[in-house]
Design a protein around this ligand. Structure first.
Ligand code: SF4
Length: 338
């Protein structure tokens, strides 16, 4: 399948226009993601229609807390990724091509079938997730377009490396995004993820400007991104865009190339919560923590608990909103509610 988000350069190389790595490739070369390759003079997407992970999940698991709460989302992803995070939770699929000599794997899942399954399972939305969806842009875009025609919403769970050009298409079909802001230092992004900070900040701004509903997630890793100063920088950046953007702070568990690092202590997450609130963020949520009060949405005007979440993520959700408004004081709570 042609990866049409690309163009031929005067040098004869092909420029991939999907993500900020901006790979310029000669015949036979693969992009950093391992799933886009120049063949017969054009860029090909090697994972079109090939899903490596498929599930029906609660939307709260993405995590998206202000987006069709208490509904199911048909979720899938492919192999490959443009990042190489040393702490990746899905490294078996995200790093699969790079670690297996460019081998590609996936079960046949054409866009039309993905939409049909989503409807059969009474999902309200489709999530492009598990690996970075921008590397399979054309597959996700075609699916999202059909999903939209069928009355479903679409969400990207992303590390935030989309180009402006990619957003010019995504804004037509993507309703919500959970974007990782993994740290606020270029060192972290370079050393641990094989990426840079600035394009991530630009992608978050671009998603917001394009009217896509966004929620931000930060996974705190001991001694890597957990200083109070860095927490403040992240919270401040989000607040500078909009204090109503939800911020999900979550804890790290030893994984992949970081098995010798300790899990994040609970007090780190509580500190991040306090700093987020002090910087003016109205909605800060603590994940992997099992404390309902930190997963509840409170009305910013009267503090009424408008959406209560208990138990394992998404297992018990009570939505008290009335048409997106607080039932106690009628304040509108920002989000996508229908
Ligand atoms: S999507 Fe892949 S090929 Fe395209 S610029 Fe990003 S890493 Fe390179």
């Amino acid at each position: 399948m042609k990866a049409w988000l690309s163009k031929k350069l005067p040098s004869g190389k092909i420029l991939c226009e999907a993500c900020a790595h901006a790979c310029k490739l000669d015949e036979g070369e693969y992009g950093i993601c391992g799933v886009r390759k120049v063949e017969d003079g054009e860029l090909k997407l090697l994972v079109y229609g090939k899903a490596a992970a498929i599930n029906v999940d609660p939307i709260e698991k993405k995590p998206l807390f202000h987006f069709l709460p208490n509904t199911q989302v048909f979720s899938f992803g492919t192999v490959g990724c443009n990042f190489s995070c040393a702490f990746c939770q899905n490294f078996e699929i995200s790093q699969y091509p790079k670690e297996r000599n460019n081998h590609i794997w996936g079960k046949e899942l054409p866009p039309q079938i993905a939409v049909e399954i989503a409807k059969r399972y009474q999902c309200r939305s489709i999530a492009y997730t598990y690996n970075e969806p921008i590397v399979w842009f054309e597959y996700s875009y075609d699916t999202a377009k059909l999903a939209k025609e069928a009355g479903l919403k679409n969400v990207y769970v992303t590390s935030g490396y989309e180009t402006k050009k990619a957003f010019s298409y995504l804004k037509e079909v993507i309703d919500g995004m959970n974007i990782d802001l993994k740290a606020f230092s270029d060192r972290f992004y370079k050393e641990l993820c094989g990426a840079r900070l600035k394009p991530v900040l630009q992608a978050i701004e671009e998603a917001y400007k394009n009217g896509i509903w966004i929620e931000i997630t930060t996974l705190f890793i001991p001694n890597q991104n957990d200083s109070e100063e860095e927490m403040r920088q992240i919270a401040n950046f989000i607040a500078s865009l909009d204090t109503a953007i939800p911020w999900h702070v979550s804890g790290f568990f030893p994984n992949y190339k970081m098995r010798n690092v300790s899990p994040t202590p609970p007090q780190t997450l509580l500190k991040a919560y306090e700093i987020g609130r002090a910087e003016g963020l109205k909605f800060v949520y603590v994940g992997n923590f099992n404390a309902p009060e930190y997963e509840t949405t409170y009305c910013p005007t009267c503090n009424f608990p408008v959406i209560e979440r208990r138990g394992h993520i998404g297992s018990e959700v009570e939505n008290h909103l009335r048409d997106g408004h607080c039932p106690n004081c009628n304040t509108f709570i920002p989000g996508v509610w229908s």
